[in-house]
Design a protein around this ligand. Sequence first.
Ligand code: GCU
Length: 679
Amino acid sequence: MTTAQVDPAVHPAAHPAWLPEAAFAPLGSRRIAVEIAEREWSRLEAEVAATVRAEVEAAVATHGGAVVTPDDAPDLVLAVIAHNDRDAEAFTVARTNGVTRVTAATPRGLLYGLFHVVRLGEAAFEHGDLDVERHAPATSLRMLDHWDNIVVHPAMGQVERGYSGGSIFYDDGVVREDLSRVAQYARLLAASGINRVAINNVNVGPLETRLIDDLLPDVVRIADVFRPYGITTHVSVSWASPVRLRGLPTSDPFSPEVRQWWAGAADRVWAAIPDFGGFVIKADSEGQPGPFAYGRTHADGANMLAAAVAPHGGLIHWRAFVYNHEQDWRDRKTDRAKAAFQHFAPYDGTFADNVIVQIKHGPLDFQVREATSPAIAAMPNTRVAAEFQVTTEYLGHQKHAVYLGRQWSELLSFPYWGEGSATMADIAVGRGPGGHAGGFAAVSNVGDDVFWTGHPFSQANLYAWGRLTWDPTADPIAILDEWTGLTFPGAPAEVRSTIHTILDESWETYEMYTAPLGVCFMVYPHTHYGPSPDGYEYTPWGTYHFADRDGVGVDRTVATGTGYTAQYPEPWSSVYESVETCPDELVLFFHHVPYTHVLHSGKTVIQHVYDTHFDGLERVRSSIAAWEAAAGEFPADLAARVTDRFAEQLRSTTDWRDIINTYFLRKSGIPDAQGRTIY
Ligand code: GCU
């Protein structure tokens, strides 16, 4: 289905995001030949082939071009040809004698090639001859996870950690009849590079457990909507499914009945959806059931599920977000940061080939600044996926303008064994020491909001996630420009420069006015929005700063602390162990230091806290000034929404500045060197 087929009466205002009609003008005004050889295509490829044709037809119908035969002087040829490219999603682009030619081995490759031409715009047709350029994704595992609930959860709502309205899939208790927003979403995702979607929350409730049972026909409907855009559907399952659904007395992975039950469930799912992706599972994590109850390990659990789905070519995404969430704050030895490594690294090499261990990028929980997860580098004989959050649970709930491209890029390029060594992205795509690929997964930020993402500028994060999964080495600011160009085609130069002023360094700005120097979780418990310096300090979820009158930070050293630094390979283990070499931005993540400790920047810790909080608010004010000057250049409804969000961001940032500064002044008794107002 193309956007042309979406019923405007049902969804009058869904914003076109990075696929407005105008972005297709350079392509749609051309003479285009589509050649897709008749072959025994799989259903997926056959449907994607139809999509390519429909996209081209819709574009030329709107912009005055024509669909022609290859002999009829085309400007653009889109061809699936016999190719020896082994990557089914790859495509090539070349230009000879005034004809731009995109070729691929499959319709999926061609679809990505088509969107590549849309991104290039006029540039795709302007040049003289251009040599063949090959484009291929870094990995075939480019995924988005939806934390959507079918039924509205009393505390978490329809979408857990969702800041964009309701779910595009579910409407209080049922799977939506009208999935046209899902179709639009699939198209947006394909145009950014995503090829897998898990459709429900990892915290699986009783109703959601039934998605692999009597609600399977609804999953079939959703998979049917994703398939034409080359997107594979996955479902989150509950470890307790055999108990919940069939009343078995156990879900012990070693029980023959349990194994048989899962094999039967997998047979049913794949019979209904032959190209289904697999199961995502959160087990023994934050109260979710898992194999621990039966004295079994995560490897035992994952391998049992893997055996059930293996005959169908299915995958198990087994999440490594396992830690003790019932900690006693008096216990200074337990360190949540150590948990994923402790639980998973010992089992490296024992997971089945179709298990992907999905590990959050940091050892805690998607904080604005935390170290990279050492567990990601500790499993060379396992397929490891790096997990991120596109939704901004800890980064302002899509009320603050925060572009995450830079953060992701920095994390993805982190060299685990020192300069020039394999990076986080290398490990995920199978170029790490063991060569096993697990790919990328992230929590989606999309809802049924007209702008998809609450803050219209948060669309840039969704776009950037897709583009970075395709090429993790891409420049995040070039991606931002690309997003701006597509989303606001033909916009005046002010639009681009305004977006830069607002978003370019917005991750750093957010870090400045929130928790300093790698201190984590200074947010309100549960909601994770707004400043609450001691909100988590004495809760069972872990202790994050230990601030007292003398100093602040978590001592995670081997010498005197929790010993967490030993989980890193060299050189990082030593770099982080010593306060002399630890990078400033992580100093309080790894060390407990006096407020008068002097950073590499030359400032004391306390003065750094004050300065960044005053400066952070100023940066937000500058963004608002830039916005106000250019708001008139943007569509009115979008401008109104952004203006609204900025009002809240200013209020919230002021809160952050004053509460954090006041907290540290009261703790330390050390005044601001510049004598600014602290309450
Ligand atoms: C965080 C988040 C939860 C989520 C969990 C997870 O703790 O706050 O809402 O369920 O991560 O990743 O499973």
